[in-house]
Design a protein around this ligand. Structure first.
Ligand code: ZN
Length: 248
C-alpha cells in the first residue's frame, strides 16, 4: 500500500498516521487500485480488502475504524470505546471526529478536499477532519480545536496539525461566489491558506502546522481527484490517525 506521512506527526511514536494514495489496493478499473468509498459501484469485497491492507500497513484494525459519511458540514463528534467500528455499522453523517481513546483509528476521506489530522501530545488527544470549501467556510477546523479544548483540556499552542494532499491553488479554480466566501480573490484559491489563517487565529503555532505540498489534481495518477475525473466514477483516498495501545 502506498501512503504518505506528515513530518510534524512522524516524531511521535505513540501515534500511527498516514494518507493512503490510490495505489496498492484490491480494486479494479475504474476504481483501481485503492478505493475507500463504500457508496460507489465498486466491488464491496475489493473495498474491504483494501481497508484490510491499509490496516496492515499502518498497524490499525480496519474493523475498529471510526469514520462517517461526509456531508461538507462542520460537525465534529467526540468518540469513545463504544464507537469502535461505527464506520461499518452506522456511518454517521459527519465530517470530523476527536478522541483520546487508544486503538481507535479515526479516518477521513478525500479526493481534492483537505484531510486534516490533529494531535495534542500533552493531553494525548487526536482529531481527524474533512474540509472542502464548504467545511472550510463553515470553520470545521475551529470546531475540532475547540472540541479538543473543552473535552480534553488541549491548548492550541501544543497542537500539531497536518493538512494532507488536496487540490492546491494551481488547479483550484472556483466561482467568484466561492472565492468571496473563502475571503479570497479568485478564480484560483487556496483552501489550506484559509485553514492556516484560522489555526493561527486560534493560537496554533505556525511551526506546528504542516501543509502537504502534494496537489491531488496535479498528481491524480497517485491520488484521487474529483476534478481530474470530471464527473466520472472515482474512488476516495483515506487519511487515518490513531493513538497506539501501549505495550505492556
Ligand atoms: Zn495542481
Amino acid at each position: 500500500m502506498d501512503y504518505v506521512t506528515f513530518p510534524n506527526l512522524e516524531p511521535f511514536s505513540e501515534l500511527t498516521h498516514g494518507m493512503f494514495s490510490r495505489l496498492g489496493g484490491a480494486s479494479k478499473p475504474p476504481y483501481h487500485e485503492s478505493n475507500f468509498r463504500l457508496d460507489s459501484n465498486d466491488d464491496p469485497a475489493a473495498v474491504r480488502e483494501t481497508y484490510r491492507r491499509a490496516g496492515m500497513a499502518l498497524g490499525f484494525s480496519e474493523s475498529r475504524l471510526v469514520a462517517g459519511k461526509q456531508v461538507h458540514g462542520n460537525e465534529v463528534r467526540v468518540v469513545g470505546k463504544a464507537d469502535a467500528g461505527i464506520f461499518w455499522r452506522e456511518r454517521p453523517l459527519c465530517d470530523g471526529f476527536v478522541t483520546n481513546v487508544k486503538n481507535l483509528p479515526l479516518g477521513v476521506f478525500g479526493a481534492d478536499c483537505q484531510p486534516i489530522l490533529l494531535y495534542d501530545p500533552v493531553t494525548s488527544a487526536i482529531g481527524a477532519v474533512h474540509a472542502g470549501w464548504r467545511g472550510t467556510v463553515a470553520q470545521i477546523v475551529t470546531e475540532a480545536v475547540q472540541t479538543m479544548q473543552t473535552e480534553y483540556g488541549s491548548c492550541a499552542e501544543h497542537l500539531r496539525v497536518a493538512i494532507g494532499p488536496h487540490i492546491h491553488s494551481c488547479c483550484y479554480e472556483v466561482s467568484e461566489d466561492v472565492a468571496s466566501q473563502l475571503g479570497q480573490i479568485g478564480p484560483y484559491v487556496s483552501l489550506s491558506s484559509c485553514v492556516e489563517q484560522e489555526l493561527k487565529s486560534l493560537g496554533v503555532r505556525e511551526e506546528n502546522v504542516h501543509i502537504s505540498p502534494i496537489c491531488t489534481r496535479c498528481e491524480h495518477t497517485r491520488f484521487w481527484s474529483h476534478r481530474a475525473v470530471a464527473g466520472g466514477e472515482r474512488g476516495v483516498c483515506l487519511a487515518v490517525i490513531m493513538l497506539k495501545e501501549e505495550r505492556k
